[in-house]
Write a protein that binds this ligand. Structure first.
Ligand code: ADP
Ligand code: ZN
Ligand code: ZN
Length: 766
């Protein structure tokens, strides 16, 4: 037999809708199909006893047969009707499974939308059929003739069309007859004149409605839609990427630019480049609820070609958005992590704003990081990735420094607006001077000045890595959850509804009035939460109007929007909140930001503690002085000399980075070395410990002669959740491929050792 290419075998997954088939089957690639089959290709294969023809997806090609070659069947052919994009997403899932560790089904569920047919809804809308120029002529005519309703409708449509760069404007009929108060007869009259048409086919639900004109939220942030001309720094970035668009497929760019330096404008320009070429764009943002303003800017500029995904969409709405993308009805998808898997057939660019955000990391298997997955998808599809942040992750900055990514910097705020003036207050000194309150002297003084000047204040309480727990001052007892190894948090302090609550399993208990351990009455919550801060601040500034934003006050639907809208409307003078308030929003009247307990996050049990602290503080500081007036920031801390606090106060990312990377190098932490984590979860602690020790011994043997570091087993930060114990082993090495090989070995070891059946093993990669 003649051999035109080396013998190739394909690992194929058969039916992805079938949960039980979490298994690949190996087939032989016949010579006739050589070169036509890749990861993701849909193929026809003989399956089962009767060699029924079924379709499957190729996950990977290999030269290694897993069975005796005479028992491996041939692939029959390539499926004609396959949608390429689905195949590519499946190949991406296969990579995720391999790299992060999970079952294939888990990986597929992450990349493919749940198919759930829901009833189509109908909607009527008015579409403008004229160009801007023609429209303006008609408008002048109506105005001359005092045809007010016609003029009003036409001018609303024209406003919208202008914002969309002359793309046909559409308004919902409900909005026209409702908010604009235009009778249907007028719409019909314009329809007869061929100025507008009425469309009554509602095809897809539109999740962008809430940011469009007329929505309650949008009203508070109306801005003139004047066109923006990029400044020199911005234009340089756009040129650098667009001028070598074709060659840049598969590349990653990092834009480091302080908040307000115009990154979003650069993103939009780059998206326009992609659209011009008939390509599509995905915009990843950390959390829609916190970035309304940004989303709205995209919707305004690109109009109907934009869709968004967010957590409040129903399964049906979500599915509709994916369908729109697949059918070419939209070009831009904005959303959190999961938007990465939008089935665009000709993806040109993936933008990842605030790339340092933790929400880009999935917490369930496969524990993928959207950044890595985006870079992977882009390289498979010839798209480019643009990461942006004011405080890039140490990881991305490192990759840029070693040349894996191309680094761009936006050094100035647009309009050269000054960065705020920052004062670091040493709370130890405050205590010495007899100030036991939560506000330093400086902060109180500046707050008073703000309030006197009718300006607004944001107080940010750093609560990372801590919950307002209840402790006994006499014996040190801390109220803990009997099921989870964590302290209980006090809710509703001082009210009838006062309870201790476990944030992991939901267990609740009454707040004890005496210590259950020693009987002392000196038991209580001595850490402050946002509620306590609000109360104290109210006592100090009795006339100030205070709003609070935290998990409690934002639980109800649109809770975020209501609070932010009220604050934007200046219905309050002071906004007190957790990390939620430091992100995204522009409040031009905020001139002072106070950061309380800046150092709490330094004590997280995690090598990223300093990085997280720097990011939070730098972002919080960036909130002040976004408008015309100068901004000021007070950072309160017990560790004023810590480098992450010092660097944040100066808004000096590089100073922070150069210290931090030294520490990472010294300790062998990511990004300098790769980290592969094995989580073990089990009911019986002793048994779990034993199993993890076996695993450790196996790893030691496996890695005996290399530079591989194996640490553990150790308790996890939260060592018990829902009565399940959690232990962890860390494996570190600078070479990713070696870590991957170790992971494969561990997977095999666990599969063949029955002892591991009683515990759950999960993997993670950093
Ligand atoms: P970032 O995303 O870096 O925070 P933005 O793109 O949101 O920055 O820009 C901040 C503000 O400056 C926005 O209101 C934006 O409309 C405005 N802006 C950005 N670039 C320009 C420009 N070249 N000319 C005028 N205004 C601009
Ligand atoms: Zn006690
Ligand atoms: Zn619990």
């Amino acid at each position: 037999m003649e051999q035109s290419c080396e013998e190739m075998y394909a690992n194929i997954i058969v039916d992805i809708s079938h949960e039980k088939l979490d298994k690949t089957f190996q087939y032989h690639v016949p010579d006739t199909l050589c070169g036509k089959i890749h990861a993701g290709t849909a193929v026809e294969i003989p399956f089962g006893r009767g060699n029924r023809r079924v379709s499957g997806y190729v996950l990977e090609l290999t030269k290694q047969p897993e069975y005796p070659v005479d028992r491996i069947k041939d692939i029959c052919g390539v499926c004609e009707k396959q949608t390429d994009v689905e195949g590519r997403l499946i190949a991406l899932a296969a990579w995720m499974r391999e790299y992060y560790g999970s079952t294939m089904i888990q990986a597929l569920k992450a990349v493919l939308p749940v198919k759930k047919k829901t009833k189509e809804k109908q909607k009527e809308q008015v579409r403008l059929l004229l160009s801007l120029e023609e429209g303006e002529e008609r408008l002048a005519f109506f105005e001359k003739k005092h045809q007010k309703a016609r003029a009003r409708l036409l001018s609303s449509l024209l406003d919208r069309q202008r914002l969309q760069n002359d793309r046909q404007a559409v308004l919902p009929v409900g909005f026209v007859t409702g908010e604009l108060g235009i009778p249907k007869t007028v719409i019909r009259a314009l329809e007869e004149q061929k100025i507008v048409c009425l469309e009554s086919s509602r095809i897809y639900r539109d999740p962008t409605e809430w940011v469009q004109e007329g929505s309650a939220f949008a009203k508070n942030f109306e801005k003139n839609g004047e066109a923006i001309v990029l400044n020199e720094e911005q234009q340089k970035i756009v040129d650098a990427i667009s001028e070598r668009w074709e060659e840049s497929g598969g590349e990653t760019f990092l834009i480091h630019g302080v908040t307000g330096s115009g990154k979003t404008e650069v993103y939009m320009e780059l998206i326009a480049c992609a659209l011009e070429r008939g390509e599509q764009a995905i915009v990843l943002i950390p959390e829609i609820a916190l970035t309304y303003q940004t989303v709205m800017r995209f919707c305004r500029r690109f109009g109907e070609r934009v869709s968004i995904l967010h957590s409040r969409l129903s399964a049906g709405e979500r599915y509709d958005q994916y369908e729109k993308a697949k059918n070419g009805l939209i070009d831009i998808m904005i959303g959190p992590r999961s938007a990465l898997f939008t089935p665009f057939s000709n993806l040109g660019i993936i933008i990842m704003d605030e790339e340092h955000e933790e929400s880009y990391k999935s917490e369930s298997a496969p524990r993928y990081h959207a950044r890595e997955a985006a870079i992977r998808r882009a390289s498979m599809e010839g798209a480019r990735v643009v990461l942006g942040s004011a405080t890039p992750s140490v990881e991305s900055y490192y990759r840029a420094r070693v040349g894996e990514y191309t680094l761009f910097e936006l050094k100035n705020r647009v309009n050269r607006r000054e960065l705020p003036k920052v004062s670091v207050e040493d709370m130890r000194l405050e205590l010495k001077e007899g100030n036991r309150g939560i506000l330093s002297g400086r902060l109180m003084e500046w707050m008073q000045e703000c309030l006197d000047g009718n300006q607004q204040v944001m107080l940010f309480l750093n609560r990372r890595g801590y919950a307002g727990f209840v402790a006994c001052r006499s014996c040190g007892y801390v109220a803990g959850c009997p099921h989870c190894n964590v302290s209980l948090a006090l809710h509703g302090k001082g009210t009838q509804a006062e309870r201790l609550v476990c944030h992991y399993c939901g267990y609740t208990a009454p707040n004890p009035s005496v210590c259950p351990q020693c009987g002392s009455p000196f038991i209580g919550s001595f850490q402050v939460g946002t509620q306590q801060v609000s109360e104290q601040v109210q006592r100090i500034f009795p006339k100030a109007r205070i709003l609070r934003m935290d998990m409690d006050t934002t639980r109800e639907k649109d809770g975020h929007v209501k609070i932010l809208t009220a604050f934007a409307n200046q219905e309050a003078d002071i906004l007190v909140g957790t990390q939620m308030i430091v992100k995204g929003h522009d409040f031009p009247n905020v001139t002072l930001v106070g950061v309380l307990a800046a150092d709490l996050s330094l004590h997280m049990n995690d090598y990223t503690a300093a990085e997280r602290t720097f990011q939070l503080l730098a972002q919080a500081a960036g909130r002040a002085g976004r408008g015309e007036q100068e901004g000021r920031v007070v950072i309160q801390t017990y560790e004023p000399d810590n480098y992450s606090i010092q660097a944040a106060a100066k808004q000096d990312y590089r100073a922070f980075y150069s210290q931090e990377i030294l520490y990472r190098k010294l300790m062998g932490y990511p990004p300098v070395q790769g980290l592969f984590t094995i989580h073990g979860i089990g009911e019986d602690e002793a048994y779990l410990q034993m199993a993890m020790e076996y695993l450790k011994k196996y790893l030691d043997r496996l890695t005996a002669n290399g530079a591989v570091k194996v640490v553990g087993p150790a308790d996890e930060t939260v060592s018990k959740v829902n009565d399940l114990y959690r232990k962890v082993i860390y494996v570190r090495h600078e070479n990713d491929r070696i870590l991957l090989r170790i992971k494969q070995k561990v997977e095999e070891y666990i599969e063949i050792n029955k002892g591991f059946d009683k515990i759950t093993i999960q993997y993670d990669r950093t």
